[in-house]
Design a binder for this molecule. Structure first.
Ligand code: AMP
Ligand code: MG
Length: 425
């Protein structure tokens, strides 16, 4: 088992680290020191590789495409014969079909009818698309002056991938395009990181599981469903541990079981100041955990650390209970950390800028994530308005939103028309 840095060691390396007022970018730095990529690799068929992380560079064993070939249906000829002063007449001496090499000999003044994807016959380097030439008879064509130049409409061998060159890099995500590229190499399988195992549960005595009878003061558990959806969209292996009552024994069992099975544990609820429950105490008892007050809204309290059970340990993300705070802290912090654990190295999707259509009141000194609806204005620029009530329990705001408006730590109120950062959801 690898040794992980302790909370104290990470904290000592972060200048000005203050767990009681931690800026959002410091959270990211801390988490990136806390987690490390898993090591296990598995081989999967290309169809099953979508959304997985490539475990080692994939080097192309062949040239793709394997031959010079035609990009059009037309006539292949030697482009050296093109002149700048007169049209070119050519005799048709055969037909090259896709999937079958044309073996004949082509002399000066001759051409071969060719289909898209057919191998370029020896000595020929240019294709005139059918629609650009005059077909004089079954046996001859005329290429009008100035319609093309030597090399046009020919795809070169290896122009997509050269044998020995990297087709995909370690850490890349297998997207639909990447799956197609892998298949084009002729290899039926690809080595990917194993799926990250993430256990999650909701805590709180007031939290009802679906199917339970409503009772006064209780609310239905929504966090497990949002967390489940977020994890599924990342391709994680999910271990759903239900709602865990505010009971030391149940919490201990849940945390221990999670640390035994999972790479990461995500809980919601029970981490805010003045919580009268056992969640924080149990996290502290079972692991190396710190309780933060993050300078952000929504989602101020958060617990992070590592829980150990026997020889295994799992990274803990103790999220706040409020449903919007759960989603925002997940997207802002947990997701990048999980991606790092998954071995994913591609760039995050770009933050965009949109003109705010309303005043966004804000004090410097914390990062705010407002739920926004981005559209285009009459000038074709992106514009954004909020979804209204920005309460951290108003989950419908996340449903209406297509973006998070991110107002950075040092920023103050944005006036109508100001450019603000938006993170598309
Ligand atoms: P807490 O962080 O435990 O103080 O919870 C903050 C708020 O979030 C409270 O109003 C809780 O009832 C609510 N909450 C906590 N967990 C959940 C959950 N799993 N689903 C929906 N609401 C929750
Ligand atoms: Mg609570």
């Amino acid at each position: 088992m690898t040794e992980h840095p302790s909370i104290a060691e990470i904290a000592a390396n972060l200048e000005g680290y203050d767990p009681q007022a931690l800026p959002a970018n410091e959270v990211l730095k801390f988490l990136s020191a806390l987690v490390s990529p898993i090591k296990d690799i598995e081989s999967v068929e290309i169809f099953n590789a979508l959304g997985r992380v490539v475990a080692q560079d994939v080097i192309s064993p062949i040239d793709v495409p394997p031959h010079d070939n035609s990009a059009m249906d037309g006539f292949a000829f030697d482009g050296a014969a093109l002149s700048s002063t007169q049209a070119l007449s050519l005799k048709i001496v055969g037909t090259a079909l896709a999937g079958k090499a044309w073996q004949g000999q082509v002399n000066v003044g001759e051409c071969v009818k060719i289909m898209t994807g057919a191998i370029m016959p020896d000595g020929l380097n240019t294709v005139i698309p059918q629609e650009l030439c005059q077909i004089e008879s079954e046996h001859s064509i005329v290429i009008p002056l100035g319609v093309l130049k030597q090399g046009d409409n020919r795809r070169l061998r290896g122009e997509d991938l050269l044998k020995g060159s990297p087709a995909l890099r370690q850490g890349a995500l297998v997207t639909p395009a990447a799956a197609g590229l892998l298949a084009s190499l002729g290899q039926p399988t690809v080595k990917v990181m194993r799926r990250l195992k993430v256990a999650y549960f909701s805590t709180g005595d007031e939290i009802l599981s679906l199917g339970e009878a409503p009772r006064e003061g209780a609310v239905f558990d929504s966090n497990r469903y949002t967390v489940h959806g977020l994890l599924q969209s990342m391709g994680c292996d999910m271990i759903d541990m239900g709602v865990v009552r505010d009971d030391p024994q149940l919490l201990e069992e849940a945390f221990k079981a999670a640390a035994q099975k999972a790479d990461a544990i995500i809980t919601s609820g029970g981490v805010s100041v003045g919580e009268a429950d056992f969640t924080k105490a149990m996290m502290k008892k079972l692991g190396d955990v710190v309780f933060w007050k993050i300078a952000m809204r929504p989602g101020r309290p958060m617990a992070v650390g590592r829980l150990t059970e026997g020889l295994r340990s799992a990274v803990l993300f103790g999220l706040p209970g409020n449903p919007v705070a759960v989603m925002v802290t997940f997207l802002a912090f947990v997701k990048p950390a999980l991606l790092q654990m998954m071995g994913h190295t591609s760039d995050a999707p770009p933050v965009m800028r949109a003109r705010t259509q309303e005043i966004l009141r804000k004090k410097p000194g914390r990062t705010e994530y407002q739920r926004g609806v981005v559209s285009r204005n009459d000038q074709g620029e992106l514009q954004v308005k909020t979804t209204g009530n920005q309460g951290s329990g108003v989950l419908s705001s996340m449903v209406q939103a297509n973006a998070l408006i991110v107002l950075a730590h040092s920023e103050s109120t944005a006036q109508v028309g100001d450019w603000v950062d938006v993170l598309m959801l």
